[in-house]
Write a protein that binds this ligand. Structure first.
Ligand code: NAD
Ligand code: DAU
Length: 334
């Protein structure tokens, strides 16, 4: 049995990871730890909260006393972060706090408690922006362009330094854009799907020709489970979907699945310092750990549109703010 601390477990990828780990890794016992910021939603875990292999704890990764009060764990995977680029442009203090100070606090906690592994979930955005050719490798220079990606890069560098200096067994993963169930509808795919379900226009930034490399969240979670099990400490692993598409093409794919046409697109002012293109070379994790993405983008996107259609109560509660009451109603009184 391995006791795994999953920080940021009530967010989009963290909650998908918890569900996938319970389904596919019977040796794991999980502590799901989350501060429940605006992005954390216990409804994301509602179907697994009663699982006897899972314990939920509300806590902040910047708070070492809260971490020290947890039972001893064998390994940690850190999803806790401020994750939205546009919010980091509006104000970046929380990004510096959670994505840098929080990672530092977790690294110190990992040292104190001698865990066998800490996986720091990072992003391809730390590499900055590509021109029309080439891909990010793990050797690409770090050149973040937003306060969000700069704070993630700082966390990655602290992780690297702790491995070099203190031999902390930390592994950094850098993944491309995820999509799938339970994604907060501030990110482009769930925002556009739910806007159309509400008969609203979809706001496309700039010329719409920025390129992202999309991966289904389940493929990302499977890669992370493999890295936890077989990854080498001190190593960085890129994770990608091998699916590059412009935002305009993506928008058309979403609209087509929702019986909408291009008159539903509202062209809006571009994001400042908007990265033009991301594309990830994930040959290291493929050749060394045998991972590759399994979910075809067209099928994954159709399934995701269906999920948001079927789970209207979930996204409506998020969009109107009702979800913020969920913790108090469903959990705190137990
Ligand atoms: P998210 O915003 O949906 O979830 C973040 C979670 O962290 C929330 O549950 C929030 O409550 C929690 N949290 C925030 N601050 C905290 C703190 N101080 N202490 C404890 N919990 C805190 O984010 P996501 O999209 O699930 O991303 C998870 C991780 O994956 C992030 O590190 C992000 O940088 C990385 N990532 C995301 C993507 C993507 O496409 N979404 C791609 C690559 C990497
Ligand atoms: O690459 C990994 C990153 O992917 C993660 O590290 C981030 O946490 C995650 O948020 C995501 O960042 P992006 O900025 O790429 O995702 P977002 O969904 O915000 O935007 C995707 C693209 O769509 C981007 O080019 C901006 C554009 N966009 C976004 C929104 C919200 C629009 O055109 N309109 C919008 O309303």
């Amino acid at each position: 049995m391995t006791r795994l601390l999953v920080t940021g477990a009530a967010g989009f990828i963290g909650s998908n990871f918890v569900r996938r780990a319970l389904e596919t890794a019977p040796h794991l016992r999980l502590i799901a730890y989350d501060a429940l910021t605006y992005a954390g939603n216990l409804a994301n875990l509602s179907d697994v909260l009663s699982d006897e292999r899972l314990t939920f704890v509300r806590g902040d990764i910047c708070d070492s006393d809260q971490l020290d009060a947890l039972p001893q764990v064998d390994a940690i995977i850190n999803f806790a972060a401020e994750s939205h680029v546009d919010r980091s442009i509006m104000g970046s203090a929380e990004f510096v706090r959670t994505n840098i100070q929080g990672v530092h606090t977790l690294l110190e906690y990992a040292r104190r408690t001698n865990v066998s592994r800490l996986v720091q979930v990072s992003t391809d955005e730390v590499y900055g922006s590509l021109g029309s050719t080439g891909k990010f490798t793990e050797e690409s220079p770090l050149a973040p362009n937003s306060p969000y990606s700069a704070s993630k890069a700082a966390g990655d560098l602290l992780a690297r330094a702790y491995h070099e200096t203190h031999k902390t067994p930390v592994i950094v993963t850098r993944c491309s854009n995820n999509y799938g169930p339970y994604q907060f509808p501030e990110k482009v795919i769930p925002l556009f799907i739910t806007n159309r379900l509400q008969d609203l226009k979809v706001p496309l930034y700039g010329d719409g020709l920025n390129v992202r490399d999309w991966i289904h969240v389940q493929d990302h979670c499977d890669a992370l489970l493999l890295v936890l099990d077989k990854g080498a400490p001190g190593v960085v692993y890129n994770i990608g979907g091998g699916c590059e598409i412009t935002n305009l093409e993506l928008t058309r794919e979403i609209l087509r699945r929702l019986d909408s046409d291009e008159s539903c697109i509202e062209r809006v002012t571009d994001r400042p310092a908007h990265d033009r293109r991301y594309a990830v070379d994930f040959s290291r994790i493929s050749s060394q750990l045998g991972w590759q993405p399994e979910i075809d983008f067209a099928e994954g996107l159709s399934a995701t549109v269906d999920w948001y259609r079927r789970n209207e109560a979930w996204w409506r509660a998020v969009k109107d703010g009702q979800y913020l009451e969920y913790y108090n109603k469903q959990y705190a009184q137990r």
